[in-house]
Design a protein around this ligand. Structure first.
Ligand SMILES: [Zn+2]
Length: 69
């Protein structure tokens, strides 16, 4: 994903994808981490199109299915 300079400046940065994922997992909305080409760190985006589904989402889905939801 291409990141515009202004977006990079405004967004919170995470040093690692794991850190960004942790925040995404706790968030109330769907967020996906991506590596920023400008700062080389990770940001979160609400855009999920073309994004890899993180493991915690798959785990949650599995858990829901096992509960019969
Ligand atoms: Zn950035």
């Amino acid at each position: 994903m291409r990141t515009r300079f202004g977006v990079c400046q405004r967004k919170r940065r995470y040093a690692s994808e794991a850190e960004a994922l942790e925040v995404a997992a706790r968030a109330d909305v769907v967020l996906r981490p991506y590596r920023c080409a400008l700062c080389r760190q990770f940001h979160l985006t609400g855009r999920t199109k073309g994004m890899r589904v993180p493991q915690f989402v798959l785990d949650r889905k599995k858990e829901e299915e096992s509960r019969g939801a």
